[in-house]
Design a protein around this ligand. Structure first.
Ligand SMILES: [Zn+2]
Length: 284
């Protein structure tokens, strides 16, 4: 079970959101979504694998608003679960040659947020366009954008960070909780010429662009999760708030899951473990 909220000042169309999330996630055992108070939702999954897939595949968003979620244990009050952290894959650019290593990835991850995972399939060569790591971001703090690194030869270099699947954020204060229109800093400023230190450039480009004419059987060095690409992305369907790659990934995954379930036998006792909760902050 998880509690979840969307970081937005807009009102969420609850019915549309429920259908959209269920369609995107396609949990093999189904999902139940309840609004337990305004903007705070309880998502109940009926198998722990379904929930794990959602937890690991995040961040998720609806209509540009990022979903913040946390799991809820048995007997826990979902309204008291803290909802302050979102996991992101980030891409770090302008890293000097020779700095692609897990230990550097950890240090950078703990600077930009809290380090979670090193993507060794992306980061396997000595030189890459970017290093890819997964971090936890505290949504109460502005997003970090860059870091100065002091090299062994004492010269400095600045590395830049881009966030995958980044939804709306405020370009004035760098927070994910609102957009500029609703920014308190901006409304206290006299004119519209507020200095914006954040921008859409923080959004990482999609990793697997659709419409590629390359054979699906041809592998490139960076095809870490090649299997997900099969069946992938040649049409340009638009799904508001979601990236096509999520859907492709989900489709492949659900095949695996149904195969797994048919061998596994019904394991309905796991439904408690597989409940998860979310919350939206538009009430603030
Ligand atoms: Zn703001």
């Amino acid at each position: 079970m998880s509690v979840d909220k969307f970081l937005t000042e807009k009102n969420i169309n609850v019915r549309a959101m429920k259908s959209k999330m269920a369609d995107i996630w396609r949990p093999a055992r189904g999902i139940n979504i309840k609004e337990i108070k305004t903007g705070l939702f309880l998502f109940q999954f009926y198998h722990k694998d379904d929930m794990q897939w959602v937890v690991k595949g995040g961040p998720w968003s609806f209509d540009g608003a990022i979903l913040v979620f946390n799991t809820v244990g048995n007997g826990e009050d979902p309204t008291k679960v803290l909802l302050n952290e979102v996991e992101f894959w980030i891409q770090i650019y302008d890293l000097p040659v020779g700095y692609m290593s897990e230990s550097i990835g950890k240090q950078l991850g703990n600077f930009f947020g809290t380090f979670v995972q090193y993507d060794s399939s992306n980061n396997k060569s000595i030189w890459r366009e970017f290093m890819r790591i997964r971090i936890k971001v505290d949504v109460r703090r502005p997003l970090k954008r860059k870091k100065k690194i002091c090299k062994k030869d004492k010269s400095d270099v600045i590395v830049h960070c881009k966030y995958e699947k980044l939804g709306d954020l405020c370009f004035v204060c760098g927070l994910l909780t609102h957009t500029e229109r609703f920014c308190s800093k901006r409304s206290t400023a006299e004119s519209e010429s507020v200095n914006k230190e954040w921008g859409s450039w923080l959004r990482a480009p999609p990793r697997r662009a659709g419409g590629s004419s390359r054979s699906k059987w041809l592998r490139e060095e960076d095809d870490g999760d090649w299997g997900n690409k099969i069946d992938g992305g040649t049409n340009n369907e638009k799904f508001s708030g979601f990236q096509k790659s999520d859907l492709v990934q989900r489709r492949d995954n659900s095949n695996q899951e149904s195969a797994f379930f048919s061998f596994d036998g019904a394991d309905t006792n796991n439904s408690e473990m597989a409940k998860l909760a979310m919350q939206a902050s538009q009430s603030k």
